[in-house]
Design a binder for this molecule. Structure first.
Ligand code: AMP
Length: 454
């Protein structure tokens, strides 16, 4: 987000452009977003879907600190990965400790699993997590420096069914939000498969000067981690990789069997997927199944697509042990909430707003205001969805607000009603009004809103 993209603000009263003093000095950091009022309906929808699905499939809600030891990410995500080597918000705190704002969720969740002795719990331990992550990337549409993820992790289950359950939840999450999602899937095998495959890959890149044509980063990857050559976003590297050997041909029997089972289950569940031999995911800890989710019909280039992946995950059977725990197979995925919301907005997917049955309380005069305050509390405690704007005196302005929030009824308390012990009940849709006994107002509302208060 450049300074130029800061929206013009026009002062409603003077009709002139309003420029906050020192707007640059105190403006948001690049790549960081405020979530404003109108945006929350999307967040509520997406977070509710994530929470409901996680609970139905038996995942328990967990949270971890935003700040963790830097070592945690260096060891788990991997020192050489882009996330750790280039994008992390890492610093030395006031106690001299090397710390980092978490760039991904899995390391903290693995740490929590080990630190709280969760291997003693019945396995698998299924976790569901929602929270902000921080990566110092180049900001652009769908790529922020602070973004939210919905994560699921499953510890203690090595079977292909566990992988499939995660993919199924991800798929259900998107389809129930009316986003047509497609899964791209690959297997990157185990250490043995990868050792054999890396040799073949190195041979391939050594042939006919391909290595010399690679981008600067890939030249480094060639010696450190050749499989990452497949992951590169540079067009030249993508072109060279076209005929590269595929890892599925180097899988050992057990990894191949695991992968075939995953695919068979997906077929049975009718989950559309594409085999993507170049999908390796850029982190150190993955093994066997890796997958990413994209919106279908994305007419974007490969590079754009990579940036617009809605989610991704895979198996990481050795990470718990690497981080000091008992050997524990595990798998997980993360979905980017902002990208999901962008998709919902882009496709104009209608959001059902839960505005039914709002009761607006309008008041006139000092005494009316006092009584309205009490009535508000009384109705709220009785379980009604009450709304008000007690700071406003004009009835017209209050009714406008009632219209704005699409209230079903407005209750009006003025001088006359106070004297008579009555209250006006206005049906906002038809505009008809009736005078009802103040003492019977809860009874009257209950009659109209039959058991549908909250
Ligand atoms: P990753 O943890 O890199 O596998 O990313 C998982 C998902 O998080 C992606 O598919 C995106 O939806 C989302 N994501 C990753 N990085 C960003 C970012 N910088 N800004 C917004 N969303 C992101």
């Amino acid at each position: 987000m450049s300074r130029k993209s800061i929206k013009k603000i026009v002062d409603k009263e003077t009709k002139k452009e309003f420029k906050p003093k020192r707007s640059d000095k105190y403006s948001r950091l690049r790549g960081m977003k405020d979530i404003l009022f109108d945006e929350y309906k999307y967040w509520d929808l997406v977070v509710k879907k994530a929470t409901d699905l996680s609970t139905i499939y038996g995942f328990n809600h967990i949270d971890t600190p935003i700040l963790e030891k830097l070592d945690l990410f260096e060891r788990s995500t991997g020192k050489e990965t882009d996330i750790v080597s280039k994008e992390m918000y890492a610093f030395i705190d006031k106690s001299g400790d090397r710390v980092a704002l978490r760039p991904e969720a899995t390391p903290g969740l693995v740490r929590a699993y080990i630190e709280h002795g969760m291997f003693n719990l019945p396995q698998p331990v299924k976790m569901f997590w929602l929270g902000p992550l921080f990566r110092h990337e180049k900001p652009q549409s769908g790529r922020l420096r602070q973004f939210f993820q919905y994560d699921l992790e499953m510890f203690g289950d090595s079977s292909p069914v566990a992988d499939v359950q995660l993919i199924l939840i991800a798929y259900n999450f998107f389809s129930e939000l009316q986003i047509d999602a497609q899964i791209q899937i690959n297997s990157i095998g185990c250490k043995e498969c990868r050792a054999e495959y890396s040799k073949k890959l190195v041979e391939y890149y050594k042939e006919r000067g391909k290595r010399a044509k690679l981008c600067v980063d890939c030249k480094k990857r060639f010696t450190k981690n050749p499989m990452r050559l497949l992951d590169c976003k540079e067009p030249v590297c993508q072109q060279i990789r076209e005929d590269a050997p595929q890892i599925v041909d180097s899988l050992c029997d057990s990894c191949r069997e695991h992968f075939i089972k995953v695919l068979e289950y997906l077929d049975e569940l009718d989950i559309p997927y594409n085999l993507n031999p170049f999908l390796v995911r850029g982190l150190d800890y993955y093994n066997r199944t890796v997958f990413e989710v994209f919106a279908v019909n994305d007419e974007e280039s490969e590079t754009d697509k990579r940036q617009s992946a809605l989610g991704g995950g895979g198996r990481y059977d050795e990470l718990v042990e690497l981080m000091g725990g008992r050997p524990t197979p595990a798998c997980g995925f993360g979905i980017g909430i902002e990208r999901v919301i962008n998709k919902i907005k882009e496709k104009n997917i209608p959001i059902k707003e839960d505005r039914d049955n709002y009761i607006f309380i309008a008041q006139l005069g000092e005494q009316g205001k006092r009584k309205a305050f009490m009535l508000f509390e009384e109705l709220r405690k009785a379980g009604f969805k009450v709304r008000q704007s007690f700071t406003k005196d004009s009835l017209k302005v209050q009714l406008e607000e009632a219209d704005r929030i699409v209230a079903k009824y407005t209750l009006i308390l003025g001088q006359k009603e106070l004297l008579d012990g009555t209250i006006i009940l206005r049906d906002m849709e038809s505009g008809t009004q009736e005078v009802v006994d103040y003492k019977k107002i809860i009874f009257e509302l209950n009659k109209r809103i039959e058991g549908n208060k909250n």
